[in-house]
Design a protein around this ligand. Structure first.
Ligand code: MUC
Ligand code: MG
Length: 367
């Protein structure tokens, strides 16, 4: 089970409908396909989505760090030595999606080697998740119509609303319009991507008290240390840490500091090995987790799904698995499917997905 090669292949697939949020916007999935090849000819896959405005990684930096730093360090190691591989990768600080994609591609290669699906190898709690859909910035009527369309087409009744604009009335009007459109039965929660100050967020929360929101996420920067704690203390609903907790150590620090009361787990950021750590740490600390979406394509979504389905705590809330719906195409031979608001894991070994070689040839940007 020795690793013989690690490949990093950049590709670009345009979005049909770009996503706008407080920290940036996405109109092209300029991701990196990561392949871990073993001596038995098995190829494990995963995808790394660069988010320069959040973690500083770019498509070029991901390819470069994998080809020049990480691949030379781990070629020759065993697929079963994941902890040793992790130790080697973690000598380098940062580069979360590059490390995560290598970790997940190793797990996929292991699943394919032993002919078992990954959600079973990771924990085997269930085989499906409820899906939550993310609504990016637009006018109130447009976002409300989008929520209704998503419910009609996919049966999804859980929505993350992107907020964090100024004046705060803009986003309050959006949340009100969406609640009126989808009715009381739908789940609504907010993500500010650090766009507001603590006091703006506190005012917005007070003015939306009647909307029945279930959670809020990163409404103000965690680096506004006392403001953030002040806000979290008065929040009547769980306050989710996302980009402020890129590592298990950050989860510990931020939760113990009172800077959040729940955690978003993104496999794009912590792979499977560290997502397990985060999930178990959160369980030990007694805080809830939610499966987040780093604006993943279908490869990344299959990773989130396999992980989310594997643990009791990650299967509890609707998982953010639907951003790929806004992409114009993808790399898989068979599309993922959302039916009645749910996504089921693929039955095959590993992630249960395969890359279409013609699509990869068409969308790769290194040839
Ligand atoms: C989220 O939950 O913040 C936006 C940028 C990113 O990296 O993830 C998203 C969604
Ligand atoms: Mg977030």
């Amino acid at each position: 089970m020795k690793i013989t090669r690690v490949r990093a292949i950049p590709f670009a697939i345009p979005y049909r409908k770009p996503l706008h949020f407080a920290s940036g916007h996405i109109d092209v999935a300029d991701h990196v396909l990561v392949e871990v090849v073993t001596e038995d000819g098995i190829i494990g896959i995963a995808e790394a989505p660069p988010r320069p405005y959040t973690y500083g990684e770019t498509q070029a930096s991901i390819v470069a760090v994998i080809e020049t730093v990480f691949a030379p360090a781990i070629v020759g190691m065993s697929l079963l030595g994941r902890e040793q591989v992790r130790e080697k990768l973690n000598r380098t600080v940062g580069n979360p999606t590059a490390k995560a994609a290598i970790d997940m591609a190793m797990w996929d290669a292991w699943g394919k080697t032993v002919d078992r699906p990954l959600h079973e190898l990771l924990g085997g709690y269930t085989d499906h998740l409820n899906v939550s859909h993310m609504l990016g910035f637009a006018d109130p009527a447009v976002m409300a119509d989008e929520a209704l369309r998503i419910t009609g087409e996919y049966g999804i009744t859980s929505f993350k609303i992107k907020v964090g604009r100024r004046p705060i009335d803009l986003d309050i009007a959006v949340c009100r319009a969406i609640r009126e459109a989808v009715g009381d039965g739908a789940e609504l929660y907010l993500d500010g991507n650090r766009g507001w100050t603590a006091s703006e967020a506190a005012t917005a929360l007070r003015r939306m008290e009647d909307l029945g929101l279930s959670r809020v996420e990163e409404l103000c920067p965690a680096d506004d240390v006392l403001g953030r704690r002040w806000l979290v203390r008065q929040s009547p609903i769980p306050f989710v840490a996302d980009e402020s907790v890129p590592t298990p150590a950050d989860v510990t620090r931020e939760i113990l500091a009172g800077a959040a009361t729940a955690v978003s787990i993104k496999t794009a950021r912590t792979g499977f090995s560290d997502s397990l750590r985060v999930a178990h740490l959160a369980e030990g600390l007694g805080v809830e987790v939610v499966i987040g979406n780093q604006i993943d394509g279908q490869i990344g979504t299959a990773c989130s799904l396999a992980f989310g389905a594997s643990q009791r705590t990650t299967a509890h809330h609707a998982a953010e698995l639907s951003n790929y719906l806004d992409m114009s195409d993808d790399l898989l031979t068979e599309r993922l499917r959302i039916t009645d608001g749910k996504m089921s894991v693929r039955p095959g070994p590993g992630l249960g997905i395969a890359i279409d070689p013609a699509k990869l040839e068409h969308y790769r940007t290194d040839n």
